[in-house]
Design a protein around this ligand. Structure first.
Ligand code: HH2
Length: 260
């Protein structure tokens, strides 16, 4: 799943694809690099981000989804029902829902749904110190219940996502990735979005005399390592900004894992 953020403030590509033509060109580039799905977002959900309002979110995403959908499967990254409905009308066949609450919209539209786990909301999720007794058990239990609800509501294609970085400390993120097989074991399709996220920067800080946490553009190798780990663990889809490198890394890993 390749990411196209039509936003001024997304944490890694904010402002680069705010212009519709640039966003569509970026989407087509990611298709050429091997993306199966393009995830179009019009609202940043980075920690501290303010909501943008449905009308503006729709204005940013609808035309981009319409332009890309004849060429590739598109998903709409939103927490807002009216934005998801407009994107479905424009050709999106997957609702990527970080609020895990839009299953009825997906059911009504006859499209797939991604339920992501988040503790709190983007404005405050990293300010209040995230707390879990057992982060993996709690996230798996939450997603299993949301997926069951969606299946009962008639959604034919349900994905679950642990929500890396959404109300989680670096230790929580690592626990969720290390035990991702427990989410895979639910039998639901699993998607993971760790690409370029901040906890990867703090992990590599201090290595090789580097004191500062790496910035989003310096997190490629760590992102690839996580993507390969996820695919090897049975994850069905990885949400990535660097599609060519991710596809390449996954192919190499698959080849290396083959016996003989
Ligand atoms: N992460 C982001 C946004 N949407 N969707 C899913 N399913 N899983 C994720 O981990 C996920 C997501 C945040 O990354 P990005 O879109 O690059 O940044 P921003 O929220 O600042 O636009």
């Amino acid at each position: 799943m390749g990411v196209v953020n039509v936003t001024p403030d997304s944490f890694s590509d904010g402002g680069r694809y705010l212009d519709h033509e640039a966003a569509v060109a970026r989407g087509l580039q990611l298709v050429a690099e091997g993306a199966d799905v393009i995830d179009v977002g019009g609202e940043s959900t980075r920690p501290g981000a303010e909501p943008v309002g449905a009308a503006e979110e729709r204005r940013r995403t609808e035309a981009v989804v319409a332009a890309l959908s004849p060429h590739v499967r598109t998903s709409i990254d939103t927490r807002t029902a009216s934005v998801a409905e407009a994107a479905i009308a424009a050709g999106a066949t997957l609702v990527n829902d970080v609020s895990a609450s839009l299953h009825a919209v997906a059911a009504a539209g006859g499209v797939g749904w991604v339920a992501m786990h988040m503790q709190g909301d983007p404005r405050t999720m990293q300010q209040r110190r995230p707390h879990y007794d057992d982060v993996v058990a709690e996230v798996v239990d939450f997603l299993r219940r949301r997926a069951d609800t969606a299946c009962s509501a008639g959604v034919g294609e349900v994905w679950v996502d642990p929500g890396i970085g959404f109300g989680k400390t670096p230790a929580h993120n690592l626990a969720l990735l290390g035990r991702i097989d427990e989410l895979v074991a639910t039998g639901h399709r699993v998607v993971v979005g760790a690409s370029r996220k901040r906890f990867l920067g703090s992990l590599t800080a201090g290595a090789d005399g580097v004191d500062e946490p790496a910035g989003p553009d310096d997190r490629l190798e760590a992102s690839l390592a996580v993507a390969v780990w996820c695919y090897a663990s049975g994850v069905g889809m990885v949400r990535a900004h660097d599609v060519a490198a991710t596809v390449d890394a996954a192919r190499h890993a698959a080849r290396g894992a083959r016996p003989g």
